[in-house]
Design a protein around this ligand. Structure first.
Ligand code: CA
Ligand code: CA
Length: 390
């Protein structure tokens, strides 16, 4: 074979190889053919269509202690990895007190915070009960304590924020600030003091489900766009507040520059490009996934649903699930939970003053969803209501 012919063949083989590689390795932003992105007819009320696709979830920024980290990224946001999601609808807002009240009216559901529980009830859900003095636990929930002891406050150690929390007997979704408070004037605020099972039970009743963590991040980033915040790259564009969070140093300097010290009525701030309100700030929102700090290193590519067992290095052995989006207590010097990639988590049997949820429906659930909604609309109060799972 002449040298010229050999080079020609070699070049053709190389070209074919490159072409083949181009066919076999699609760019990460391509929407795979198997994902239905055209919205089917029959959109559920007050929900937003989120067309599926591929995105890079998490981040490779911030290498660890010592690295400049003005946005307070955490190592559990590592590594960036490609995720491919099917399409779904997501509630335009977190579930409100008005909506949750309807669920309770129709089912008689009692949230975790309202129940008289025993140590075993918590232990069986994987909670750390070593600090429980009594066997029977009074109904109640965690509230932020603005009157905490500022002189004795120690910051910078894991879990230091707990010094400003207290369990309030009689605090629950109807009484967010404790037994003397009420939701009468807060019907359009997100429901709070919601444990994970409470959220999952509501979604089941409504013919919906909780979002996965990947779905939440993808939706918050308006279909997986490279956005630091749901609204863009700038925290305060033109000096404008785009979400309900905490201004001033947490927890000692509590300013009210965005207009809300605690929850805000949903839709008080602009939506993201998909039309999702309060997807950052206001309340932390439960996702369906168990939380593991290292999950992103093992996550499957297609529709990841979280690890089979949870692992939180700060409370090993305790069952924790993912929460996303940050709350009215998040701020610049502490959690920055309003960032689209920021991960949160909570012990499954616990509830607090700054956590709620929203639901999703995927096209495979649409017929059952509409059937369920017809039953809800036709509801007449008779006999003893029965809640799912009770
Ligand atoms: Ca605020
Ligand atoms: Ca939120």
């Amino acid at each position: 074979m002449s040298k010229k012919l050999y080079l020609l063949i070699a070049a053709s083989v190389l070209m074919c190889g490159l072409l083949l590689a181009a066919v076999l390795v699609p760019p990460i932003t391509a929407t795979p053919a198997r994902v239905l992105t055209k919205e089917p007819a029959g959109r559920p009320a007050d929900m937003v269509w989120v067309p599926g696709g591929v995105f890079e979830m998490g981040t490779d920024e911030y290498l660890g202690p010592g690295d400049a980290n003005p946005d307070r990224l955490k190592l559990d946001e590592h590594p960036a990895h490609n995720v491919e999601l099917d399409s779904f609808w997501m509630d335009a807002t977190p579930v409100t007190n008005r909506e949750f009240a309807k669920f309770v009216e129709q089912t008689g559901y009692k949230t975790f915070a309202e129940r008289q529980l025993t140590k075993d009830d918590f232990a069986s859900r994987g909670a750390d009960v070593s600090l429980f003095k009594e066997n029977v636990i009074n109904p109640g929930s965690m509230c932020f304590n603005p009157a905490f002891n500022k002189q004795q406050l120690v910051t910078g150690v894991p879990g230091w924020e707990h010094q400003v929390w207290k369990i309030v007997d009689g605090a629950d979704w109807r009484h967010p600030d404790g037994p003397e408070s009420s939701v009468e004037k807060l019907l359009d605020h997100p429901v709070v003091h919601i444990a994970w099972e409470d959220a999952a039970s509501y979604c089941e009743w409504a013919g919906k489900r909780l979002p996965t963590e990947a779905e939440f991040e993808y939706a918050s980033r308006s279909g997986g766009k490279d956005l630091k915040y749901p609204w863009g790259e700038e925290f305060l564009p033109d000096g404008k507040y785009m979400a309900n969070f905490w201004q001033g140093e947490f927890p000692t300097d509590r300013r009210n520059e965005d207009g809300f010290l605690t929850t805000s009525p949903v839709k008080s701030f602009p939506p993201n490009a998909l039309g999702l309100y309060d997807i950052a700030g206001n309340v932390w929102e439960w996702c369906s996934d168990l939380y593991a700090a290292d999950y992103y290193a093992h996550s499957p590519r297609i529709n990841p649903k979280g690890p089979s067992e949870s692992f939180d290095p700060q409370q090993p052995g305790v069952v924790v699930r993912v929460q996303r989006g940050g709350s009215f207590l998040c701020n610049v010097n502490n959690c920055t939970g309003y960032r689209t990639r920021a991960r949160g988590r909570g012990e499954v049997a616990s509830s607090s003053y700054h956590n709620g949820f929203r639901c999703v429906v995927d096209p495979s659930m649409l017929a059952a969803y509409h059937e369920r909604q017809q039953q809800i609309a036709a509801f007449k109060p008779t006999g003893t209501p029965v809640a799912p799972g009770q």
